[in-house]
Ligand binder design. Structure first.
Ligand code: DXP
Length: 266
């Protein structure tokens, strides 16, 4: 790629399109190596899990500082707008950042976002100066409401958190991409295999955020590398202009006098 393909989100310019979650790794050392190998510039952290005061919290912070990555605190575990707003405010104090990955969970089996609470919390936090990264569904109307509320990026799910199902609603994600061509769209949650990450990037999504598939892999560091390669490959494919699939065959073997296809006759 000749010119820069950086992704701009709020005040950040990112060369990596791979955002990584920090939960459920076998050890802090493996987490650190996975982040390095992924080349991730942003990691998401749950305020509830990494409370700064505890010994575990302190060593986690040392590790993050050493890696030089940017932290995107999240409101994982919040069930109401009120709870999410309070958690975001605590996260701003604790982590010294106004970035917040906003999760308001509405349903236990799927951990589906409560989109009503999400929009409400997004508005309150945006008005309060936060840069909100909302974890949402592929719903176009909700997306509009989130942008109206002040969000400058959207994080639609591919599938329920931790399910590893990949793209559940291809039509919905395609429609979202087509409807918001200029909004950074980061697919967040449900990606289980590198091929699925490549697929969302091929659809034109701007980045992918995942956790479980790397953290719970047999070899998380090797899996981080596999996802990193896949995300890069998917992005390169998208930028290169993918061919349209067709129902019928189209001969690819050159016929006499047309060795280089239309317009290149020898
Ligand atoms: C880590 C995080 O912030 C979540 O959004 C979520 O856990 C990611 O989903 P997966 O664990 O399914 O990748």
């Amino acid at each position: 790629m000749g010119k820069s393909d950086d992704l701009v989100v709020y005040d950040a310019r990112l060369s990596s399109r791979f955002l990584l979650g920090t939960a459920r790794y076998p050890s802090p050392a493996i987490l650190a190596e996975a982040i390095r190998t992924a080349g991730a510039e942003i990691v998401t952290v749950s305020l509830r899990r990494e409370a700064g005061g505890s010994r575990a919290g302190e060593s986690f912070w040392r590790l993050i500082r050493e890696l030089g990555v940017r932290v995107l605190p999240n409101t994982a575990g919040c069930r109401t707008a009120k709870e999410a707003v309070a958690t975001a405010q605590m996260a701003r104090e604790l982590f010294g950042t106004s970035w917040i990955k906003l999760e308001v969970i509405g349903e236990e089996d799927t951990l589906q976002p409560d989109v009503f609470g999400l929009v409400e919390a997004a508005r309150i936090l945006s008005d309060d100066g936060f840069c909100v990264f909302p974890y949402t569904t592929e719903d176009l109307v909700v997306a509009e409401r989130l942008l109206d509320a002040g969000c400058r990026v959207l994080m639609p799910w591919a599938a329920p958190i931790g399910s590893g199902r990949g793209i559940n609603n291809l039509f919905g994600l395609r429609a979202l991409r087509a409807h918001f061509p200029d909004t950074p769209l980061i697919v967040d949650a449900g990606l289980g295999a590198p091929s699925q990450a490549a697929a969302v990037m091929e659809l034109g999504f701007d980045a992918a955020l995942l956790n479980t598939a790397v953290a719970r892999a047999g070899d998380p560091v090797a899996m981080a590398r596999a996802f990193s390669l896949a995300i890069e490959a998917g992005r390169a494919a998208y930028l290169s202009g993918l061919m349209e699939p067709r129902d019928m065959a189209a001969p690819s073997t050159p016929v006499l006098g047309r060795a280089f296809g239309d317009g290149f006759e020898a």
